[in-house]
Write a protein that binds this ligand. Structure first.
Ligand code: PHE
Length: 373
C-alpha cells in the first residue's frame, strides 16, 4: 500500500486502472468457470477473492488515493469485486448440487437386490448333539469335567488298568508324542478316549462323584466312511456308595430316551475294557424300524442294517483296581461308567452313512442338522 499522496492521480495507480480491474475480473471469471469441483473452486476463491488476490490488493490501494478520487475508484473496485463474489457463489451452488446428485447415484442402494447371497453358517451338529448329550446328564445332576487332549500315558492307560505291553493298548491305535530328543518314549500321547478324564475327576473331586466329560480324541485310524483319526467321545462316570449295574442301566436308559426317543429298549452284552469289570457293550433298539426290519419279508432298514439293534456305547462297573489307583476305597464305593462316540450318535440320530460328512465342513450339512430348537 502506498502512503497517502494528495497529488496522486488515481488513473496512474496501475492496480486501480479500469483495464487492470477488467483483467482481474476476466481472470477470476475464467478460473471460476474452469473449476470442475469444489476443491478447485476453493483454490480459485483464494486466488481471486482472497487476501492476496488482485482485486483485494486493488481495494487496499484505495486508502492511498486523494479523498476526491476514492469514491469513484471504490465504486469500480466494489463492482468488480461484486461480480467475482457473485460468480463464486453461483459456481459454488452449481458444483454443490452436482456433487449431491453424484452422491445420490454413487451411493445408491438397490433394495431390490437379493439379500442372502452369503450363506449364514450353523453350529456344527457334533457341537449341538454333544451339548445335548451333556445337558441330559447335567439335568440329572452330573457335572461337566474336562481334561487335556495331549495326555500323559499314565492317565490314558496305566491308571485305567492297562498293564504295560498288554494287547488292549494296541487296540487303541495310539498317536504317541515324540520326546524332545526323539529317542526315548515321551510318556505323552494324544488321548485315545475320554476315560483319562475319569481318573483326573476321581483324583481331584470329592465323593460322591457324578461327572460327564465330552471331548476330542485321537487314533491313528485312516479316514474312511466309518473311521476318523480325530473324533469326539462323551463319557459318564458315577462313583458313590452302593451303585450297581441297575444304576448304570438306568442312566443309559435315561440317556437313550433323551437322545433318541422314549420307550426304546436297551441291551447289554458282555465285553472287555480293562477299566471296567464287568464290562458290556450297549445297544439300543433301532429308533427307525424298532426291530420291524428283522421280520421275514419286511423292508430292509438302512440305519440298523436290518439288525433291529444299534450298538451305541461301551460301559461297565469301574474296576476296583482303578478305584484303588485313585485312592478310593473299593469296599465302600463303587462306580459305573459308559462312553460313546459323538459323531456316531450324530450319524445314528440323523441317518448319516459316512463319518466324513461330519468333518468335511460342508455348510449344507451343518445347516441341515446343526440348526435345531
Ligand atoms: N473308553 C472306552 C473306549 O473308548 C469306552 C468306555 C467308556 C467303556 C467307559 C467303558 C466305560 O473304547
Amino acid at each position: 500500500m502506498s502512503a497517502p499522496n494528495k497529488s496522486y492521480d488515481p488513473v496512474e495507480v496501475a492496480a486501480l486502472s479500469p483495464g487492470e480491474l477488467e483483467r482481474a475480473q476476466a481472470g477470476a471469471l475464467a478460473a471460476i468457470a474452469a473449476a470442475t469441483d469444489l476443491d478447485e473452486l476453493k483454490a480459485a476463491r483464494i486466488a481471486h477473492a482472497g487476501d492476496r488476490a488482485p482485486i483485494s490488493l486493488a481495494r487496499a490501494e484505495i486508502g492511498a488515493l486523494p479523498p476526491a478520487a476514492r469514491a469513484e475508484a471504490g465504486k469500480r473496485v466494489g463492482a468488480t469485486r461484486a461480480v467475482i463474489i457473485q460468480a463464486l457463489a453461483l459456481r459454488q451452488a452449481e458444483l454443490e448440487s452436482e456433487r449431491d446428485r453424484r452422491v445420490l447415484v454413487d451411493e445408491a442402494v438397490d433394495v431390490s437386490l437379493p439379500w442372502d447371497r452369503t450363506l449364514a453358517g450353523a453350529r456344527h451338529p457334533v457341537t449341538t448333539v454333544g451339548e445335548r448329550l451333556a445337558d441330559v446328564f447335567v439335568d440329572m445332576g452330573y457335572e461337566i469335567a474336562e481334561g487335556p487332549e495331549v495326555e500323559a500315558e499314565w492317565y490314558n492307560f496305566d491308571a485305567l488298568n492297562f498293564p504295560p505291553d498288554h494287547p488292549a493298548r494296541d487296540s487303541y491305535d495310539t498317536i504317541f508324542v515324540a520326546s524332545p530328543d526323539g529317542r526315548e518314549r515321551s510318556g505323552v500321547v494324544l488321548r485315545t478316549h475320554t476315560s483319562p478324564v475319569q481318573i483326573r475327576a476321581m483324583l481331584t473331586r470329592p465323593l460322591p462323584l457324578y461327572v460327564v466329560s465330552p471331548g476330542k480324541c485321537y487314533r491313528t485310524d485312516t479316514l474312511d466312511a466309518t473311521h476318523s483319526p480325530v473324533f469326539h467321545q462323551i463319557e459318564c462316570l458315577a462313583v458313590d456308595e452302593g451303585l450297581t449295574m441297575a444304576d448304570l442301566r438306568g442312566a443309559i436308559n435315561a440317556f437313550v430316551a433323551a437322545m433318541f426317543g422314549e420307550g426304546l429298549r436297551t441291551r447289554l452284552r458282555p465285553d472287555y475294557f480293562p477299566f471296567t469289570e464287568p464290562s458290556a457293550d450297549v445297544s439300543m433298539e433301532c429308533h427307525v424300524c424298532r426291530g420291524a426290519s428283522t421280520k421275514p419279508g419286511a423292508p430292509p432298514c438302512r440305519v440298523c442294517r436290518s439288525q433291529g439293534w444299534i450298538e451305541i456305547a461301551g460301559c461297565g462297573m469301574v474296576n476296583p483296581r482303578v478305584l484303588v489307583a485313585c485312592g478310593i476305597d473299593p469296599d465302600r464305593y463303587s462306580g459305573f461308567a459308559f462312553g460313546l462316540g459323538i459323531e456316531r450318535s450324530v450319524m445314528i440320530r440323523h441317518g448319516v452313512a459316512d463319518i466324513r460328512e461330519t468333518i468335511e465342513g460342508d455348510m449344507r450339512f451343518s445347516r441341515a442338522f446343526g440348526t435345531e430348537a
